[in-house]
Write a protein that binds this ligand. Structure first.
Ligand code: ASP
Ligand code: MG
Length: 319
């Protein structure tokens, strides 16, 4: 008997029709005598809406309470999916993050999974049940709810697969795999049938929004193959594992960054000036990706577009 972990993203569970498709996929795999654990995200754009609602009540919502709110999205998904599976004649049970034993550190909105106690999951699997777990959430030492950062359900899935020593972790979404480039930006992209963990990590960190980066790190560490597939067709997906293929070029990725460069002679010796630039960056909470300082140039890459008033501030520092 194989243990399979299946993760379905928000667009795969967005409404009742889609939930039925998901339920059917789960049943097909269950009937092949597999033990099935399912991780689901919040339906559609639920998480975005919940964040908006919190901000409509407070400019700076309390971090603990924000996690209590955000975790409700996934809780709706697990309950609905389990109600549906039971209705279709299959025994299933929904578990929230803490019921599934997902223990994290205390960093609200960006918590890291430290340990999984899979006792309850295993007990339910032994009873022959399909186990449905809320993605993106866990609990901390105070027994408070935490969330793992946007897109974190992928990480839940791989971490659960690791804890259960599952043979495979399937990530289902509205795309059927990893492509040689973003089909929205480039024509003639092709789907890749396999990738190594290292290649996938590079693709994720260069800005392709396919898999939560941390889930690939965990998969690599514990050697869990990840298979990305579409919920809506039967196409073969992309397998991410340790297979070594030398000299293959896999993907072209464009990252949206914003670079500011300051040019002049002897910049590297002008420590006061460098410090002032860093103060402007800190004061304006700008997120830096990289900073290179050479004899005649400082260039800084930022995650987001830099507004002109910041450029003006830096310019005024120079002149
Ligand atoms: N619902 C959460 C989010 O949108 C987690 C996830 O989808 O993986 O970020
Ligand atoms: Mg989501």
């Amino acid at each position: 008997m194989e243990t399979l972990v299946l993760k379905f993203g928000g667009s795969s569970v967005a409404d009742n029709e889609k939930l039925k498709l998901v339920a059917q996929k789960i049943i097909d795999l269950y009937k092949k005598k597999n033990k099935i654990v399912v991780i689901v995200s919040a339906q559609g754009k639920t998480t975005d809406k919940l964040i908006e609602e919190a901000h409509s009540l407070s400019k700076n919502p309390d971090n603990r309470e924000l996690d209590v709110l955000l975790s409700t999205g996934e809780q709706i998904s697990i309950a609905k999916l389990s109600i549906l599976l039971n209705e279709m004649g299959y025994h299933s049970i929904s578990l929230t993050g803490w019921q599934a034993g997902i223990y994290t550190n205390n960093t609200n909105q960006n918590a890291v999974i430290e340990e999984i106690n899979a006792k309850r999951i295993n007990e339910e699997l032994e009873k022959g049940k399909i186990v449905i777990i809320a993605g993106f959430q866990g609990y901390n030492e105070k027994l408070d709810i935490t969330t793992l950062g946007r897109g974190g359900s992928d990480t839940t899935a791989v971490a659960i697969a690791t804890a259960l020593k599952a043979q495979k972790c399937y990530i289902f979404s509205d795309v059927d795999g990893i492509y040689t480039g973003d089909p929205n930006q480039i024509e003639n992209t092709k789907k890749l049938s396999k990738l190594t963990y290292k290649e996938m990590l590079e693709i994720s960190s260069e800005g392709a929004k396919v898999l939560h980066g941390r889930c690939v790190e965990i998969a690599e560490k514990y050697k869990i193959p990840i298979i990305t597939k579409s919920t809506f067709n039967e196409n073969s997906g992309t397998i991410i594992s340790d297979i070594i293929e030398e000299n293959t070029i896999k993907s072209v990725v464009k990252k949206q960054i914003s670079r500011i460069s300051i040019i002049g002679t002897g910049i590297i010796r002008n420590i006061e000036f460098i410090k002032k630039i860093m103060d402007i960056i800190t004061a304006n909470k700008l997120e830096m990706l990289e900073c290179n300082i050479s004899e005649s140039k400082i260039s800084i890459d930022f995650k987001n577009e830099i507004p002109n008033n910041i450029l003006a501030l830096i310019h005024d520092e120079i002149h």
